[in-house]
Design a protein around this ligand. Sequence first.
Ligand code: ADP
Ligand code: MG
Length: 702
Amino acid sequence: MERRETVPEMYGSYVFNDRVMRERLPKDVYKAVHKTIENGTHLELDVANSVAAVMKEWAIEHGATHFTHWFQPMTGLTAEKHDGFLSPEPDGSVIMEFSGKELVKGEPDASSFPSGGLRATFEARGYTAWDPSSPAFVKDGSLYIPTAFCSYTGEALDKKTPLLRSMEALSREAVKILQLIGDKDVTRVSTTIGSEQEYFLIDKDLYRKRKDLLFTGRTLIGAPASKGQEMEDHYFGVLKPKVSAYMHDLEEELWRLGVPAKTKHNEVAPSQHELAPVFETANVAVDHNQLTMEVMKKVADRHNYACLLHEKPFEGINGSGKHNNWSMVTNTGINLLDPGRHPEENVRFLIFLMAVIEAVDAYADILRLSVATAGNDHRLGANEAPPAVISMFVGDELAAILKSLEEGTDFKGIGKTSMKMGAEVLPHITRDTTDRNRTSPFAFTGNKFEFRMPGSSVSVANANIVLNTAVAESLSCMYEALKDTPADEMDSAIHALLKKTLQEHKRILFNGNGYTDEWIEEAERRGLDNLRSLPDAMPRWISEKSIDLFLRHGIFTKEEIFSRYEILLENYVKTIHIESLTMQEMVRKDFIAGLVAYMKELGAEAGQKKALIPDAGCVLEEELLRTLDADAAGILEKLAKLDADTKQADGITEPLESAKYYEQTVLADMESLRMVVDHAEALIPEQYLPYPTYGRILFSLR
Ligand code: ADP
Ligand code: MG
């Protein structure tokens, strides 16, 4: 029997990673590339040429015939355009070519990507630029080169560019304050992300029979199955053999691509699962999450499954999210959200903790917005997901420490530790990994924060752009407040600053159950925003405060901010528009046909019975027909309203107004149409239904 590849052999075998570069690049070239990666400096063309030559050889050895710049336009997906390495020779043969220029820069025709008005039509060109900080890899016979995507005039048209800018901003501000408090060796701070990915796996043949899943990713109609998730028997349950085989295959494929997939388990809803990777630098983690989503779908297809990444594919059971675990690490290896063991470390920890508290409170609105999509609107605020209100959980012990910090009292630890007033005034903190709050949208989990609002299908870039930038801002304010303090007064100045910051922002801290109505009321009393939907939240993106923030840290230009505003709204409107049309088609053409066929059958059956037995009662047929007939009338009426209201939307040109209209009118119409259809569906035998039911889809996997 052939020996199976071991995981270490498999891991990263299709990645042009640091190890490959060290082995294959000339020493000086390797150094130059490293300098570029570490300092974000420019790569000289001769160096690029040398890298390209080695990369090409390596890629060909790994089965590549093509290369592609791989980027993340504002669609939220990834984009690629493949070019062959081959170059014909005059003698009829070919050679394989790949130049430094082709490596560092591409010029895809960008006219069909969303730009929110950034690119005038006469200048449709955009360009892609190599991001050497995220390793290239070979997949499906092509060399993939991670790139940033800009308009010809230099405006970002993607999610990577602002993410890299936000990582820079955070690093800059964090280094300043660390230097100030004595961490002189720190020259760079990176943000780290581990994003847990939830998904549904369903039978591919059943999937293909549902136009709603095919066109919109979620079911637009469908009566609930008799069984849902109430037995709580799926979460962490035994993996079914075929599902397990899928997960195994998925992991192997991800490992080959250098994606550190680490844990897998069943989630709460039937047919729902989760995969979590080991955390990485933000930029690489975002690329890897995009890759994970893609590979999940591809491998599912091979296993005769469809992988659903929509935030709310099924009504009445849990939706899917993507938990964004986030922290900061110095080039000297310190996790800045790790409480540490010594009082000096605690000072640093408290500064960074407080910077995050301030950031999340001050910019809760754009953080909320960073995860707003038409799909996620169905999930946030539903009872399994975090509410649309942003609050932070820090755990009981940390909360007690913060309280003593605020009140200047001595902290008596909860049970196990008592606070040492180290560095004269600051508390000693032991790391507490015991308590967990699964209902908080933004929870401290021992040495990192977990932001639980992102939806399962979105790129986590947006959330991290906002988070990094907001934290950079609070660090910058802290630095300004402390920078002229004489050394012997630093401890008390820090203490006073932390206390003041806490007083100003403690309203965001909440350790209770975030899923209750009481909390929503309490949040309102505290003055926290409850931005329920994308259209509700959208104006905050272009508020003076947000624009100032992004401009101050060089994350977006004003044009980029407005272009993103337009793209988000446009995307929201288009999504619901497609949903409305799909629903109309499914009901008008398919569902009604099934309904009519069943009613005809009932009528015919009653007729035959009467012909045979003239005095036979037809109570059942009559009752069913009457109910279905009433539903049919309701369906017709609601269908007509949805149709008319959707057409009406064409006349609204102002983007925000249009989005609001879709939310308040079209979505509401869809909901009321669904109620009647679902009512009728529950009465119709399966063989008359034009699509598989919830029960079939959710419980058919072996
Ligand atoms: P839990 O959510 O139960 O605490 P883990 O501690 O295993 O589970 O972490 C969940 C995710 O958080 C994983 O993807 C993990 O890699 C990531 N993670 C752990 N430490 C950090 C960190 N310092 N920065 C970012 N992500 C992290
Ligand atoms: Mg978790």
